[in-house]
Design a protein around this ligand. Structure first.
Ligand SMILES: Nc1ncnc2c1ncn2[C@@H]1O[C@H](COP(=O)(O)OP(=O)(O)OP(=O)(O)O)[C@@H](O)[C@H]1O
Ligand SMILES: [Mg+2]
Length: 325
């Protein structure tokens, strides 16, 4: 397999009236063709910022990529102009937005919006063929096809989310970025959507970046996992590497402790103590050190590298001597 997407040492700031928010701080990750990556991390870790950076859809004037590189299928996106990006967004990469209204136009019926995506991607299909595809997709995401002539405001939040999903999937993209696509949905629809993504991957070899808080979803659909903290990937590996729980970053171990385990009789979950360092005032050393039980003096002063053991990488000094760089 070859890398479809390669992000190297990416830095992103939000310049606000209150100061500079350092949202991504040297983020590295790659996605191969056909691979499905689960990106996991707590609120504010930089997940949506990473997704918007790939699409070059960071909020104008406020969001700024200050360093690094972002190569898609051999092309550097950071130097690509808006014309090129429009083509890539239309043709190659689709995103399911965390906020469904980011992808929906309030002034057009939802059917028209889905059809516009098809018109762009499948120019050779007849009108009837397109309509058939659209009806099928509406059914798949659990919206009665008769409702195509309604406007976004006539749908509930979960339904709007599913229309956003329909728009992203009907394009049959090479890379699908799904930003918490199922959080607002009930479990039956959630299972259906995950099935849909799985099929898309199997049939079309689509690459997927699945952003989620839910370590359970990652196991169901992903082959690779990346854990993000303070705008950096602090652990990466195959699902087996990470979920075996033999070696984990102390933060990942903390995330696992937050999942209820039906088999154990533990009365309560162990949340990770403290909160993430403020992105306008990050520690110089390890970004997690203030919350870590294994912290040494060095962790406060120096940032650990990503130490590797085969496909498994952990950004913590605990692995410096055991694993390579
Ligand atoms: N438009 C913005 N202006 C200023 N700061 C922002 C903006 N968008 C995000 N941030 C800040 O950047 C950091 C990363 O935010 P981001 O939305 O990428 O996190 P996330 O991992 O997607 O969180 P969540 O799980 O809540 O969706 C946070 O500190 C957030 O407050
Ligand atoms: Mg987000």
């Amino acid at each position: 397999m070859s890398n479809l997407l390669e992000i190297k040492d990416l830095y992103v700031n939000y310049n606000t009236d209150e100061g500079v928010v350092h949202a991504l701080n040297g983020l590295n990750i790659s996605v191969e063709k056909g691979e499905s990556l689960g990106l996991v991390g707590e609120t504010g870790a930089g997940k949506t910022t990473m997704a918007l950076s790939i699409m070059k859809l960071l909020p104008a004037k406020v969001g700024e990529i200050t360093g690094g590189s972002l190569v898609y299928d051999g092309q550097e996106l950071l130097s690509a102009d808006e014309k090129v990006m429009k083509k890539i967004r239309g043709d190659k990469i689709s995103m399911i937005f965390q906020d469904p209204m980011s992808s929906l136009n309030p002034t057009k019926t939802v059917g028209k919006q889905v059809r516009e995506v098809l018109d762009l991607h499948f120019k050779n299909l007849s009108k009837a063929e397109k309509q058939e595809k659209i009806d099928k997709m509406f059914l798949l995401v659990g919206i009665p096809p008769e409702r195509q002539n309604e406007y976004p405001f006539q749908f509930s939040g979960g339904m709007k989310q599913r229309i956003g999903i329909a728009m992203a999937l009907i394009a049959e993209p090479e890379l699908l970025i799904a930003d918490e696509p199922t959080t607002a949905l009930d479990v039956t629809i959630q299972a259906q959507i995950l099935d849909l993504m799985r099929n898309l991957q199997k049939e079309l070899n689509t690459s997927l970046i699945m952003i989620t808080h839910d370590l359970g979803i990652v196991v169901e659909i992903c082959t690779k996992v990346a854990v993000i903290y303070s705008g950096q990937i602090i652990e990466v590996g195959s699902v087996e590497d990470v979920y075996q729980k033999l070696h984990n970053h102390p933060y990942t171990a903390g995330l696992f402790n937050c999942i209820p385990d039906l088999k154990s009789d533990a009365k309560r979950l162990t949340p990770i103590k403290g909160s993430m360092a403020s992105p306008d005032n990050l520690p110089v050393g390890c970004k997690f050190c203030d919350r870590c039980d294994f912290k040494t003096e060095r962790c406060e002063k120096e940032e650990p590298k990503m130490y590797m053991n085969g496909t498994h990488g952990i950004k913590c000094f605990k692995y410096e001597d055991k694993w390579g760089e």
